[in-house]
Design a protein around this ligand. Sequence first.
Ligand code: ADP
Length: 490
Amino acid sequence: MTISLSKGELIRENNFIGGLWVPATDGAQFTVTNPATGEVVTNVANSGPADARAATNAAAQAFPMWRDTLPKERAAVLRRWHALILENANSLGELISLEQGKPLAEGRGEVAYGASYVAWFADEATRIYGDIIPQQQRGKRMTAVKEPVGIVAAITPWNFPLAMIARKIAPALAAGCTVVAKPAEDTPLTALALALLAHEAGVPAGVLNVISASRDHAVATVADWLEDSRVRKITFTGSTPVGKYLARESASTLKKLSLELGGNAPFIVFDDADLDAAVTGLLAAKFRNGGQTCVCPNRVYVQDGVYERFAALLSERVAELKVAPATDPAAQIGPMINVRALEKIARHVDDAVRHGARVLTGGNRLPELGPHYFAPTVLADATPDMALCCEETFGPVVPLFRFSDEAEAVQAANDTPFGLASYFYSQDVRRINRVGRQLEAGIVGINEGALASEAAPFGGVKESGYGREGSKYGLDDYLSIKYLCQGGLD
Ligand code: ADP
C-alpha cells in the first residue's frame, strides 16, 4: 500500500472520533498560526467535554475487540502505520515546520525519530511475556500475564508535534489499549495527520481518537477524561504544574499515570574534558528545536581552568548559527513557538544581565525576522540568584556558571527539584564513574549531547515525573499484571 499525500492533503480540521472526521459538537473552532509569520494556517475543532466523552465512548466500544487481537496483528498494523509515516516524511516534516516553526531539516528528522518508536513498539507488541510461577502447592498452577490497562488518554506538548504523540500512541496500541488524545493547541495538525495515516494503515475505528482544543477549552475537555472511570491511564508530556494538576485531579478514579515533565538540565565541563567535543555536544543538545526541548541543557557549569577558553570557543560557534524561518534551507534556529515563550526568554536574559551576567553573543530579539525570533545567546558569569538557574528557559540561551571542584559541580547540578536529563564531559574514567552515579537524573549524557533513541528509556526522577517512554521498559506503563491461580489440578 502506498499513499503519498501533500502537506495540504494531510491537513485535517475536524476531530477524529470512532473512525470519522467530525466537527466539535457545538461547531466551535480555533485558529492555528504559523509561528514564523503569525499567519493563519487553518481553523480546527475547538472541542469541549461532549467531544471528549464521544472520544471515550468510541474508545470504550473498540477496546474489547482491540484487546483481543493477536499481538502479531497489532504489530502488522503498527508496521503499516510506520511505513505510511515514512512515505509521507517530507509532507509531515513540512507540516511540523509550518505549525511549530522548526527548520525543515529538523522537521524531517522528527518524522524519522517519531516513526522509530512506532517500529520499535510494533516489534515489542509480540514480546509481552508473562510468567509461570514455580509451583508452590500441589494441585495449583500460578501464572502472571500482562494485560492492556484499558483506555489511555494522551496529552502532548507542542515542541515535538509528531514524536511526542507517536511515542505514546505506539506503545498503547501495541499493548492492546485504545487511545483518546489531545495534542497541544499550538500544534494540532500533525497529530490529526497521524490519525489520518493510522486510519489508512488499518487501525480500526475507535482504537485511536484525536481531538483538538484551544488552551481555554483544554481544561474542561481533559477534565472529562480525568473524571471518567473508563479512562484507566493518563500519559502526559508537558509542564510540571500541569502534570501535578493531572495527578491530583485523576486521583478520584486512581488512574495509572506517566508524567514526562519539565527539566532543568545541567551540563558540566570538567578541566579534563575534550573541549572541542564538549562545545559540539553542547551545541547539539542545546540548540535542537531552538532550545525548546525538555532535555536541553539549561545550566552549563564550566571548571575554572577551562572557563574562558570554553566560553570563547562556544561563543564563536553560537554566533555562526543561522536564524531564519523553516522555509530557508540554511536555517538552524527557527522562531520560538509564541509570544509567551519569547517573553520568558527575554525576561531571563534581562534578569541575568541585571544580576551581573556578561553577554558574549546574542542577547536580543530579532524583530526584523518576525515577532518570535531570539538571537542564540551565550551569557558568562551566571550565578544561582538568576531566574535562569531555577526556571527552564526553553530558548536559545546558554548561561555559563563557574566552578572549581567536582563535588561543588555535582552539588550545584543536583540543586534543583527537577531530574530529567544531565550531561557531563570528562576524560577521567574514575570521575566518569563517580559523577554518572551521583547525578540525580533519569538520563545522563557522558561525552555525548545527542541521547534520544527509541531503544533507550526516556523519563525523569524527582519533579520531572515518572514512567519511561521507548525501550523494552516503555510498554510496562500500558500494561497491568494479572495473577491467575488455578486449583484442583491434582
Ligand atoms: P507548555 O507550557 O509547554 O505549553 P503545558 O503543560 O502548559 O506545557 O501544556 C502541555 C499540554 O497540556 C498541552 O496539550 C496543553 O493543552 C495541556 N494542558 C495545559 N493545561 C492543562 C490543564 N489545566 N488541563 C488539561 N490539559 C492542559
